[in-house]
Design a protein around this ligand. Sequence first.
Ligand code: C2E
Ligand code: MG
Ligand code: MG
Length: 559
Amino acid sequence: MTDILAGVASVSILETLVDAVLIVDEDHRIVWANGSCERLFGWRRDELVGRDMGVIAPLSATEQLDGFLAAFRPEMGGGRVLGVGRPLEAERKDGSRLPVEVGLAMFEEDGRRYVTGFIRDMSERLAAEEKLRHLATHDPLTGLANADPLVEAADRALTAGTTVSVVAVILAGLYHIGERHGRAAARHVLRTVSRRMGTMMTGDGPVARVDGAFFAVLTTDPAAETVAARLWTDVTSPIPWGAEDLRLVASVGVARADESFSSGEALMVAAYGAANDGLAHNRRGGVSVFTSELGRRLEHEAQVEERLRAAVAAGGLSLMMQAKVRATDGRILGAEALVRWTDDLLGPVPPSEFIPLAERTGIIPDLTAWVMHRSLAEAADWQRSGLDLRVAVNLSAVDLRQPHLIADVRAAIAASGCEPARVIVELTESAVAEDPDEAVTRLRALKDLGVSLSLDDFGTGYSSLSYLRRFPIDTLKIDRSFVTDTPHDPDAVAIARTIVALAHSLGMSTVAEGVENRAQAGFLRDLGVDVLQGYLYSRPVPPNQFRTLAMADAIDVRP
Ligand code: C2E
Ligand code: MG
Ligand code: MG
């Protein structure tokens, strides 16, 4: 054996190599093996020597060896490397497989040819590469894949024409949990929910964490809505956290593949469209199914959104002012600013359509900032003209959650030069009922700026009386629906009377909105309502028209 090795550089060098080194003769018989062979292949050296190289090498390697020998010309020297970039598979004694790269070199000894194989174990490198690949496509927190594998699977299903559906899951309450209970709680919730989804979807398509609080699954179940309903139940059931049970609000959307979808991506977007739409119409979430009709509506909304965004950016909105009068004598006390939008293509769009859209799409803070600036500039103008009038500005629930709200309002007051006491902020009852604890803090901060606070559409939302007591509210604004039905409807009358009594017992004043006739006005005044607002006195009108009205104090409608 050593005489064979005389042709190889040096035995001791071969022995020190981490790589396995084998010498094989022309008949594929192993004639020598270094120490690393034992570690790599699990054979003892003396077991290997004398055996056919087939015990560790697949057939293809044997063929490559023959090819190598056949093509070998001593004058060319050198060797050959196999398996680079695409490792070969060696076999261990226990039958398991090992990815390897192999370098071959040939030498001749006593007229026989031998090949030295340098065999490198590639398993660690492959594992590292796999880990990198996994990191690139998976979320380290939940271990879930990103959207890519799901979209690819949906693409394949669409091409093959198989029945699949994408079920999109939006976790709406996650941000809230993070704020309330800290980031560790939010992470725990994410992991728990991911695990639940993974368990439920075992055997079906991939579960993906698409982004933040957005998840999606692919299902081949023809009853995709049932799958969606089960997912919703799983995701929204309580998650224990310390002594508490955390609960998520979730909206789940289903989109079933059909010929109207040209790609897996489009299918996923549709599922999210349904989930988003469901959330927009039901704050508590639920399951929504994508239909072609919904598709058309979402397309329309996308167009409206785009045009609204442009209008807000370009100052393409306008303001109307609607007078508020003192109930006892009809004197003008101020006006409520109401925003208007007329689009070149869409025509006039009512606030009841574009305000909720602005809230859903994140446009509202810019819209509010514009309304605030315009309204306060107007009020400052009244002030300079010696008119004792107040302006009321509507804020949405989304505005109330903006971290920079207080700073914005302060800046708007400063920029306008309007006294803060002349500013009323109207917030709907539902906006403050959403998160009363947070609302109390925000409302106090607003009050500290010197503005008054009014609860709009009062009586339509749910507010807890104990919170109402804690809110620094100045005015309750009786919702139009009750005003409309007074004085003929006993229920509306009872509600209006209760609101007035409640307001007075809490030291708040009352405004009635939507007053359209004298019967309503007289009744409300007699009930003790302080301020009236409605078409009976004035429709919302352009600011200069309101100004003329106020200068002359020209409203002369005595109840
Ligand atoms: P709101 O704040 O309760 O405003 C009162 C709504 O009732 C206004 O509708 C007003 O035009 C209408 N109205 C007033 N008097 C009468 C009446 O006698 N009869 C009838 N039938 N309606 C009357 P508008 O302008 O369409 O606004 C609807 C809602 O849109 C507002 O309800 C408010 O929630 C929101 N909104 C309007 N402007 C803004 C704004 O600048 N910012 C925000 N966040 N919301 C706004
Ligand atoms: Mg209002
Ligand atoms: Mg209102």
